[in-house]
Structures are given as structure tokens and as C-alpha cells.
Design a protein around this ligand. Structure first.
Ligand code: NOJ
Length: 560
């Protein structure tokens, strides 16, 4: 057994699946997803090979920002169930060996949170200093306004107490003052509460904003001390619990959030840079941008990890590309203004962006599962769900999960008029795209992703190993190898629509080994000087393991 397979660093090669209880499955027939419904569907995730569920916010909320506006950090929104249902969900997931993490949204609260209501009732409120107040709005950095469609300032005037409060996001999400020790203690209490109920960690919302210096008078904790303390608290309670951080920053700034050489802060950070460059590569059918991103990417501390993804619940942000690059991706994958959002992203899902080309879609997920890091899927990706552009903003990609071709796509038994968020219709409607049909079809995307997950788990080298981007001699073809514990795996992806013949050189390997195909039957010989040559189909993907051939290869393979 290879060392990495027996390790307790479970997050290093986890398969994380993000879902929103509200849109996953409705167990009580009221048209809204709930914990009872989700419990019934955990076996779907188990069959796929998911090892960790990330629950989007399920706490009491006025729901003006899809639950990211919280009014009680210690409860379950009554629309979604009860604490009892939550515990039952945890039990069933645990029974299948699936860990659960949840969003930790403590950069801000809802303006309806009792703390904020109290804080704005008087300047003498006990909670006044839990938020950030100023007599005059500080100058706004327009680039710092996260939702420019609805906000033009980061400060909102409060008539009663005649001061402005700070809100990094919408005006109904006042920022908590994390410089306040009581707020810091409360954040730990929130973590502790949910860990007692079995969570294995948290996806930390808006990490850089959590500790940002807003006014000159802010006495903020050192950001790294803040996260190191949080992580230390977490680890004291459960040494295997993780923080998965939303840190969309350039690599040099980003890597600091992992903490010291031992990785004592955020355990895993989403790799927004590789994600964005992947789309540029796909648009250009040129592996260059992706290869450059991975070559630039700093190595995380030993026990830390990158989280890789191709889609999440927000707009597909392209904010780290330059204007011309972003326009290229827009032109390729979302040319209509209506498909774009905030001038920086796309509100589409992967299959529609790729014109429904199943070979290309499958190649993208093969790439995702082979990239160095821990892959994170957004619900519905496994069946190739599309978006509903009739819905406002980011809601387009947050439609209910499509389980069957039947009423409400099997999401709910309710009268369709009660299902608040309409699913896509036509080619991407539940009649065409659903779990039950794809479970029966060995060529479906669901079957493909299930296979990819199996191979990804069988090849911990991809997640754990030292990786090297390889030259292929063909612009459109991206290849990388990963080495760990004396084993080598190689993945090759053709981002282009034309077939190609590629040649890679594998330093340290020679004709005593062959490359054994993992996704199909086949082998490729390696020459005495480590070269391997093979064909790649249109949008083709091949995963190999370097292994000792069953029959001795010819002295030198013909790769001249
Ligand atoms: C980041 C989340 O991903 C997004 O959905 C949310 O609107 C903001 N944080 C504010 O919480």
C-alpha cells in the first residue's frame, strides 16, 4: 500500500461536492429543498465516490443573497428543516463514510440579525462595536465594490444613529468588526458548535475581506494571527478538521493564507488562477495559459492543498485575466451580454459554454480530476446541467437538481407553481438531463465522472505528487506527470478539436517501463531515453501509469 493511500490527510485527495439544501431535493413536498430530501440522495453521492459534502449556507436567513445573509449562526432555516434533520443528515453521510463541511460566513451578517438590529438601535448598544461605523463614508475604491450591479458604495447611512456602516457586499450585509475580541470569540463559538454536531470543517467565505483594514482607526488583528488562531482552535477540537478558503487573489498574496511552512492557517485554498487560465486555454485551444499557471503556482505547505474547480455557485469569475483575455473567453463561451455578469464573469454552466459537445465536456472533467489538487464539484455538474438565463444574475446556475424526467425533475412532489426556482427547459431540461437516465447509461457524463473519480482515487499521485508540466510538441495538448512514492502517473488532454500525434519525454523513465492506459485498454512504450509517442483524439484524454510491462518491451521502442 502506498504511503499516501494510508495517510490521515484526507483532504489531500478528497472529492468535494458542493450542494445547496434549498435546491437539492425536497423531502416534504413544499417546493423547497430540505435536509430530509437531501438525506434520501446521499447514496447518489456515495455511488459517485464523493468523499466530502460542502453544504452551502443553511442557516436562518431572509435569503436575499442565497443564504449568505444570516440571522442566526446556531440554527437551521425552518424552510430547510430542523437541527434534528441536520443531525440525521450527518449520521447518514457519516454512515457512508462521507465527511461534511459547511460555509462559514462571518465576514458579515444579515441586517436582520439581532446583533445588527441592536447595534443600530443606539450608539451605546452593546453590539455597536460588533460592526464598522464611521461619521463619513470613507472614499470607496470602485474596484472594491463586489456587486456593482446593485451597489455604488461600501457605506450605508443609518438614519437613526447618524453614522455610516460598512458593507463589503450588499447593503443588507453589514460587515462584522473582526478586530473586536468578542466577535472573534463568537466566531470560535460558531465553529465549535457545528463541530460538536459533526462537521469536518468549513468553507470560509470571503477570506481576504474578513480581516481587511477598513478605516484608519481599525485595530485589526494581524490577518495571519487571526487565521492561525482560528485554525488552532479548530485543530484543538478536531485535528483532522479543515478550513477551505475562498481566496481569489494573485498567487503571491494567496499563498500566504496557507500560513507558515507547516500550513498553520487555511488548509486548502481554491485555485481561482488555474481555473481562469483553463478557460482561456479552452477558448484558444492552446494549452499555454494553463501550463503557465501551473508552472507559476507556488507549492503549498506540505499538509496543505489546492482546491481545483471549473464551476461554482457564483458567476464564473474571469477577474484575474486581462481585459483582452477576458473578452476572448466571453466571445468563446458567453458572447451575449445576458450571459455575462458584473463585467467580469459568466453566468453559465460548463456544458452550455461548450456548446453541448460531450467529448469536450468529458475532456474538461478529465482534466479537472487529473489536475494537481483536490477537485470540487458543484451539484449538477455530474449530469451536465445547464443554466436558466431567464433568472436574475447568479441565480441562473442555482436551479434545482434534476433527478428524473418526471414532474419538477424529481426534485419535488409539489405543484410546479410552488417550485420557486424554475429549471431550464428544452435541451437542458430534466426530460433530457437527469440522474436516473444517466445512471443507466454507461456512456453518460455521470458514468464518466464516476469512473474519473474512481481513477483519481486510485491515483493519489495526481493530488499529492510533485507535478511537472510536460512539453508535447502540439500547442493544443496539455500534459503533466505526477510523481509520488516512486510511482509516476501521466495525464494528457487535447484541448483542440483536431486529432494530434504527441511526443513527451519522461525524465527518469526508460524502456523498462510502459505507460499503461487507465481510462481505456492500451499501452504506450517508452524509449530508452524516456520518450513516448502516441495519438490523441479530438478533445481526447488519456491517463497513464508507468508500470513494468507484463512482457518485456523491445530494446528500444520505435519513437523516432
Ligand atoms: C462569496 C459567496 O461565494 C457569494 O455567493 C456571496 O454572495 C458572497 N461571498 C457574500 O457572502
Amino acid at each position: 500500500m502506498r504511503l499516501s493511500m494510508t495517510s490521515d490527510l484526507w483532504w489531500k485527495n478528497a472529492v468535494v461536492y458542493c450542494l445547496d439544501i434549498e435546491t437539492f431535493a425536497d423531502g416534504n413536498g413544499d417546493g423547497i429543498g430540505d435536509f430530509r430530501g437531501a438525506i434520501q440522495r446521499i447514496d447518489h453521492l456515495d455511488r459517485m465516490g464523493v468523499t466530502c459534502i460542502w453544504l452551502m449556507p443553511f442557516f436562518p436567513t431572509p435569503d436575499k443573497d442565497d443564504g449568505y445573509d444570516i440571522t442566526d449562526f446556531y440554527n437551521v432555516d425552518p424552510r430547510l428543516g430542523t437541527l434534528g434533520d441536520f443531525v440525521e443528515f450527518m449520521r447518514v453521510a457519516g454512515d457512508r463514510g462521507i465527511r461534511v463541511i459547511a460555509d462559514l460566513v462571518v465576514n458579515h451578517t444579515s441586517d436582520q440579525h439581532p446583533w445588527f438590529k441592536d447595534a443600530r438601535s443606539s450608539r451605546d448598544s452593546r453590539y455597536r462595536d460588533w460592526y464598522i461605523w464611521s461619521d463619513k463614508p470613507e472614499p470607496d475604491d470602485p474596484g472594491g465594490i463586489v456587486f456593482p450591479d446593485e451597489e455604488d458604495s461600501l457605506w450605508e447611512y443609518d438614519e437613526k444613529t447618524e453614522q455610516y456602516y460598512f458593507h463589503r457586499f450588499y447593503r443588507f450585509q453589514p460587515d462584522l468588526n473582526t478586530a473586536n475580541h468578542e466577535v472573534q470569540d463568537e466566531i470560535s463559538r460558531i465553529l465549535g458548535f457545528w463541530m460538536e454536531l459533526g462537521l469536518s470543517g468549513f468553507r470560509v467565505d470571503a477570506v481576504p475581506f474578513l480581516i481587511e483594514q477598513v478605516t484608519d482607526s481599525d485595530d485589526l488583528p494581524d490577518p495571519h494571527e487571526f487565521f492561525a488562531c482560528l485554525r488552532a482552535f479548530l485543530s484543538r477540537r478536531d485535528g483532522s478538521a479543515i478550513l477551505l478558503g475562498e481566496v481569489n487573489l494573485p498567487y503571491d498574496d494567496l499563498v500566504r493564507y496557507f500560513g507558515n511552512d507547516l500550513g498553520d492557517e487555511i488548509t486548502m485554498c481554491f485555485d481561482f488562477i488555474t481555473m481562469q487560465r483553463t478557460y482561456l486555454s479552452l477558448a484558444r485551444q492552446d494549452a499555454g495559459p494553463l501550463a503557465a499557471a501551473l508552472r507559476e503556482r507556488p507549492a503549498p505547505p506540505k499538509d496543505s492543498q489546492w482546491a481545483t474547480f471549473v464551476r461554482n455557485h457564483d458567476e464564473l469569475t474571469l477577474d484575474k485575466l486581462n481585459d483582452a483575455e477576458r473578452e476572448e473567453v466571453f466571445a468563446a463561451f458567453g458572447p451575449d451580454k445576458d450571459m455575462q455578469l458584473f463585467g467580469r464573469g459568466l453566468r453559465r454552466r460548463v456544458p452550455t459554454m461548450l456548446g453541448g459537445d460531450m467529448d469536450r465536456i468529458k475532456m474538461v472533467y478529465s482534466l479537472l480530476f487529473s489536475l494537481p489538487g483536490t477537485p470540487v464539484l458543484f451539484y449538477g455538474e455530474e449530469i451536465g446541467m445547464g443554466e436558466n438565463l431567464e433568472l436574475e444574475g447568479r441565480q441562473a446556475v442555482r436551479t434545482p437538481m434534476q433527478w428524473t424526467p418526471h414532474r419538477n425533475g424529481g426534485f419535488s412532489d409539489a405543484d410546479p407553481s410552488k417550485v420557486r426556482i424554475p429549471m431550464p427547459t428544452g435541451e437542458y431540461g430534466p426530460e433530457k438531463v437527469n440522474v436516473s437516465a444517466q445512471e443507466r447509461d454507461p456512456d453518460s457524463l455521470l458514468s464518466w465522472i464516476t469512473r474519473l473519480i474512481r481513477h483519481y482515487r486510485d491515483c493519489p499521485e495526481f493530488a499529492w505528487g510533485d507535478y511537472t508540466v510536460l512539453d508535447t510538441g502540439v500547442d493544443a495538448v496539455f500534459a503533466h506527470r505526477a510523481d509520488c512514492d516512486g510511482e509516476t502517473v501521466v495525464a494528457v488532454h487535447n484541448l483542440g478539436e483536431t486529432e494530434a500525434e504527441v511526443e513527451i519525454t519522461l525524465d527518469g523513465l526508460d524502456s523498462s517501463k510502459v505507460l499503461t492506459d487507465l481510462l481505456v485498454d492500451g499501452t504506450v512504450e517508452i524509449s530508452g531515453d524516456g520518450r513516448a509517442r502516441f495519438p490523441m483524439g479530438r478533445y481526447g484524454c488519456r491517463w497513464f501509469r508507468a508500470s513494468t510491462p507484463e512482457t518485456a518491451p523491445a530494446d528500444s521502442a520505435d519513437v523516432s
